[in-house]
Design a binder for this molecule. Structure first.
Ligand code: MV4
Length: 495
């Protein structure tokens, strides 16, 4: 592969180009009207204008992407995430044109894109799944019988859904029929596919996902886990690696389960297998057949450049490392910075990056796609950047995130940075004991007005550090002392 076209925009386009350049591969940017001055367009060796600002007229138009490949003689395409990244038709069209897609096959995208076919694919691999139906639900009476056998509350999910789209909780049998009918009609209009199925509703799950890499020769490795339980409306806000709730034994078991999920669809490239976790049990949910937004936390703890690995795999190289070669080094956290106002129910905030000063220094990575003076376009996802920190342990990664947030200066629009700071200082987050209900349980907009850092939160941070360092067993930390060191820590922090 000599020249890669990046069929995407913003931070991920830039991130892919950086790895390509390190490999001596030329890059082609594609851009819509509004993106014509974006940093990723300037960074690329070549750039092709592909249409008007709406993605339906630019980044989602397969013909325009293929035309741009031909014009620039690009022999590979990296789709990033979102847009065409999990589009099987796009994968097929590229194959027909003899352009290498840096990603899995169309078949793998199709199998994993449909939740019921994903469950069917992994059936023979002994992967734990939430109790539920294996086939599309047609009959209300049969549905009620199954729901009763599973026990309420249950969830009705759309097979073509995913990422939380098309899910309905049913509390009792009285609601069942109406909810099933609504679920089917919603799935039909949203996805053109009315297939729905039932699962037991897992009440307080954590979202744990496993990163895998698979080459063309049947080698598959897992690059450990990420926890993404801090979400709102199925949009992830904070992610970390590794997950705090897994023991080494469970980590290995889930890693091997993820490898089997990949094997079940002949997976190729980088992929993510999602699980729900609750009280030591885990359940396969779905597989994302793309590079994910939060991949940098995995890169920090494994030292592996996932984009380079994707490119090498697409070029037909075998993986250069084995499972035994992979180890977890420290801890990494990502805070997504959105142009949204956390005080106004995370309403998108439009405007210009009047001031834009970025954090730097030890253990800090900022993947962004804008620069000072730029407008955040209204046409796409409002994510401005991803702030990622790495430390020798979780405590250091959190402290570094707080330090980096304090250095990051954005004016001109409201961002979710203050929310990120809130999460880093929250005692439930600090304890590591949180689940997918974190935001609704622990956050309300008033919390952002409280400029005073709660000493008990810092005490929790210090206590968790002491426990980690195993001094807690030999040193009795009185609450009073914890508070004293908390204030000292805070004073130092504020200097
Ligand atoms: C569930 C669940 C509880 N029980 N399935 C949401 C996204 C999609 N990937 C699956 N999701 C869920 N499936 C059962 N049987 C709860 C969720 C869920 C969730 C999962 C991960 C992260 C955040 C979430 C927020 C709400 C619901």
């Amino acid at each position: 592969m000599k020249k890669i076209l990046i069929a995407n925009r913003g931070e991920i386009a830039l991130r892919v180009m950086r790895s390509a350049r390190e490999m001596g591969i030329k890059t082609v940017a594609v851009y819509s009207d509004v993106d014509r001055n974006a940093p990723y367009v300037k960074y690329a060796d070549e750039a092709v204008h592909i249409g008007a600002s709406p993605s339906s007229q630019s980044y989602l138009v397969i013909d325009k992407i293929i035309e741009a490949c031909k014009k620039t003689e690009a022999d590979g395409v990296h789709p990033g995430y979102g847009f065409l990244s999990e589009n099987a038709e796009f994968a097929r069209r590229l194959a027909q044109e003899n352009i290498t897609l840096i990603g899995p096959t169309a078949e793998a995208m199709e199998i994993m894109g449909d939740k019921l076919s994903a469950k069917a694919a992994v059936k023979n691999y002994n992967i734990p799944m939430v109790p539920g139906t294996a086939e599309a639900l047609i009959d209300v009476v049969e549905g009620k019988e199954i729901a009763r056998a599973i026990g309420y509350p249950i969830l009705i999910k759309a097979s073509a859904g995913g990422g939380g789209k098309g899910m309905r909780v049913v509390e009792n049998e009285e609601e069942f029929e109406a909810q099933m009918k609504t679920a089917i009609s919603e799935a039909t209009s949203a996805f053109g596919n009315g297939a729905v199925f039932i699962e037991r509703y897992v009440g307080s799950p954590r979202h744990i996902e496993i990163q895998i890499l698979a080459d063309k020769y049947g080698n598959i490795v897992y690059l450990f886990d990420r926890e993404c339980s801090v979400q709102r409306r199925h949009q992830k806000v904070v992610e970390e690696a590794p997950a705090t709730c897994l023991t080494p034994a469970l980590r290995k078991e889930m890693g091997e389960a993820a490898i089997n999920v990949a094997r079940s669809c002949n997976y190729l490239g980088a992929g993510t297998v999602e699980f729900l976790y609750e009280n030591g049990n885990y359940y396969f949910l779905e597989m994302n057949t793309r590079l994910q937004v939060e991949h940098p936390v995995t890169e920090f703890i494994t030292g592996i450049d996932l984009v380079k690995e994707q490119i090498k795999i697409a070029m037909g190289e075998p993986l250069s490392f084995k499972q035994e070669d992979l180890h977890i080094n420290g801890h990494a956290i990502e805070v997504r910075v959105y142009a949204e106002n956390p005080k106004e129910n995370f309403m998108p905030d439009i405007g210009k990056l009047v001031t834009y000063k970025i954090p730097q220094g030890n253990g800090v990575r900022l993947d962004d796609g804008y620069s000072e003076g730029m407008d955040i376009p209204i046409y796409y996802d409002p994510m401005i950047s991803k702030l990622i920190t790495h430390g020798k342990d979780r405590t250091e990664a959190i402290a570094r995130m707080l330090r980096a947030i304090s250095e990051y200066k954005i004016t001109g629009l409201t961002t979710t940075l203050a929310f990120g700071k809130y999460v880093m200082e929250n005692s439930a987050f600090i304890s590591g004991n949180y689940d997918t209900h974190f935001v609704e349980k622990h956050f309300n907009p008033k919390k952002l007005d409280n400029k005073e850092v709660d000493n008990s939160q810092i005490a929790a941070l210090i206590a968790s550090k002491l426990i980690k360092e195993k001094v807690a067993s030999s040193v009795v930390v009185s609450v009073e002392n914890a508070h004293k060191s908390a204030s000292a820590w805070r004073e130092n922090r504020l200097k």
